[in-house]
Design a protein around this ligand. Structure first.
Ligand SMILES: [Zn+2]
Length: 289
């Protein structure tokens, strides 16, 4: 059965790599296979038989995963391997299940992904560990810079998105994003026309605060135009579609903040070290005088 939710855009973010497709794509994402370019990209991902660089939750670090299974099963229990050269055959098969397994080359740990396919659509219906299971440990590096409250909201957003919840997950990211803007607003006190700021849309606020925000955010402010929309105007599908782009944007902002904080901390350590040396030198001078 064809659903209006099925993705028809071959440039969709989850079709751009086997990693995005198998590991990052939320559950219940659907593709319209009647669109030739979409079907070809879906097939490329399903039949991918190379390696994927990804975080292993069992090793607790980045690892290389190898495709160890890509099988198409029909209800008649007929298991067939999906070969990379077999687009025609794959397209012509009836409804059934595609199972893809990636194995961590360091420790033999398995990541599973399951898809249901009819002639017209493919839908992801299973993943273990979940996208949230390995995205949340990676978000841990933002805990300090975000603080407990915002960090909780980030992980909740990731968790909801991994389970196909659009609006709910989007609201959490939007709150974090708005908090980042508000922090910059506070840091800019005195230098901002408050009346104009209060009336400004999100992209205009970013422009007003440009000197106090990470460069990436200012350069990509069009990405956030959707944030100017009221929550009631956004559809479940729109939120799901924009979640990943917004998440990457927020990570970029936070990475820039962490980098800046590290630079400041290093400069501070250097300043103290130099002060220590100069005190010692002047003491030595006093001693020899
Ligand atoms: Zn592993």
């Amino acid at each position: 059965m064809m659903s209006e939710r099925a993705i028809t855009d071959p440039e969709n973010i989850y079709l751009q790599s086997a990693k995005a497709f198998h590991l990052e794509m939320p559950l219940y994402t659907q593709f319209d296979l009647s669109v030739g370019a979409v079907a070809e990209k879906v097939f490329a991902c399903v039949s991918h038989a190379g390696t994927i660089d990804a975080y292993c939750i069992y090793c607790e670090k980045e690892s290389v995963f190898k495709t160890t299974e890509n099988i198409h099963e029909t209800p008649q229990r007929k298991n067939e391997y999906v070969k990379e050269s077999d687009f025609e055959a794959w397209s012509n098969r009836g409804y059934g299940f595609d199972r893809v397994v990636h194995t961590c080359t360091r420790g033999g740990h398995n990541y599973y992904a399951y898809y249901f396919r009819s002639k017209e659509t493919l839908i992801k219906f299973g993943q273990l560990p979940s996208a949230a299971d390995f995205q949340i440990p990676q978000a841990g590096k933002y805990r300090k810079i975000l603080g407990e409250q915002q960090y909780k909201e980030l992980t909740r957003g990731i968790g909801l998105a991994a389970h196909g919840v659009g609006i709910g997950s989007f609201v959490y990211l939007r709150r974090i994003f708005e908090n980042q803007i508000e922090e910059a607003h506070k840091a800019a006190t005195g230098g901002v026309d408050e009346d104009a700021y209060a009336r400004a849309r999100m992209d205009e606020k970013i422009q007003i605060l440009a000197d106090h925000l990470p460069e990436f955010l200012v350069e990509n402010k069009t990405l956030y135009s959707i944030l100017s929309k009221g929550i009631h105007e956004l559809t479940e599908e729109e939120c799901r579609r924009h979640f990943e782009a917004l998440k990457i944007g927020i990570e970029q902002i936070l990475d820039e903040k962490i980098e800046k904080a590290e630079k400041l901390a290093k400069a501070e350590r250097a300043r103290k070290a130099i002060q220590g040396v100069s005190q010692e030198v002047s003491k030595e001078k006093e001693g020899t005088a």
